[in-house]
Write a protein that binds this ligand. Sequence first.
Ligand SMILES: Cc1ncc(COP(=O)(O)O)c(C=O)c1O
Length: 413
Amino acid sequence: VYTQLAAEGHVATALGSGTRVAERARPTGPPGPAGRLASAWAPMPDPLPRAFATSNPGRPDPALFPRREWQRALAAAVRELSDADLSYGDPRGLAELRVALASYVARVRSIAASPEQVIVVNGFAQGLVCVTRLLVRVHGEPAVAIEDPGSTGTIDQLTAWGARVIPIPVDAAGLDVGALDRSAAQAVVVTPAHQYPTGVTLAPDRRHALIAWARRRDALIIEDDYDAEYRYDRAPLTSLHNLDPDRVIAGGSTSKSLSPALRLGWLTVPAGLADTFAEIKASIDLGAPTIPQAALARFITSGSLDRHIRRTRSVYRRRRDALVNTLHDSAPGLHLDGIAAGLHVVIRLDDDVDENELAERAVRLGLDAQPLGRYRCRPDRLGLNGLVLGYARQPPHQLQRAVAELFGDPDRS
Ligand SMILES: Cc1ncc(COP(=O)(O)O)c(C=O)c1O
């Protein structure tokens, strides 16, 4: 035993003075590979992507995750998968899931795509990684336009994987396609149905202008359809994908409808790029995990996903109504955006209101909140001052109490 401990450096033996526990080797001289690699990585500002580091108004209520139905789907998947399925799978994703997703996106978003065009990814975030890798291969350091204000997670994924982002302003009609046209962008990531975070819809003339831009520029449009399932008051415009299936990559995710913990999403890609995306996905991780994919396929085809979305949509609608009504009662002049869909609203604030201070107070009151500035690339906040307030995770009475306190008489709080 002593010989072994000495060989592994745990004890030190010296002739005549016995055996002692060895002092831990202290690093001296220049940093070793770990130190060098960590400092080379230093440009990444914090260990967690900014979007998820703190309060996130876009997240669903984890308490609503359908544990029993998911367990059933998972158990059936484990029981029914063949031995061959338990090896490495098709990097595009499990065939039965791609069939289920192709019919799901056709039904929910009117996207006409064959199962061959569906690529299963580990959340939309990884979908963006795949797209970025394609663009990097083609353009070197691609210039990718993003919405401003927009998703910080999108910026994190694009820049971490080698793209240069070009912020393009969003106004009441969505992305400013004129500004996009004046930029050097070679691709664009958009949230046309319900812009994140402002909640505006890309106006019909802008949709057509965007497609015309992509044709002129020979560019790809990446459509982040992040909250397709939660529309409360009116039917959404169909996916941009339908306007030009050869230029639009549409991405969806289970992160809002089920849970971010699944890390399951999909891209519907132009038919001519399906093999390329299969290759890119394989180069990243050899394909998404088969067992959860098989569970999701069963969850969709059994009707459980539709039932779960119907149930949660009505829960979220009640929470939204409670939030909006209380806001109207507590602060009648407030201007709200994005109430028709999603899991959050945007409260527009006068330029002299401190959005950071208000967001901090909202978080202290238990609300999911962020200042609109967190999503803004432009330093000037004039006309863009606001509070992004999530309503997914609290029952109506808690939302009402917190919001009344946030905007009500300060002497009462
Ligand atoms: C606008 C937007 N896009 C994409 C994502 C990331 O989605 P996923 O969890 O599928 O990677 C989020 C997550 O909240 C989001 O808000």
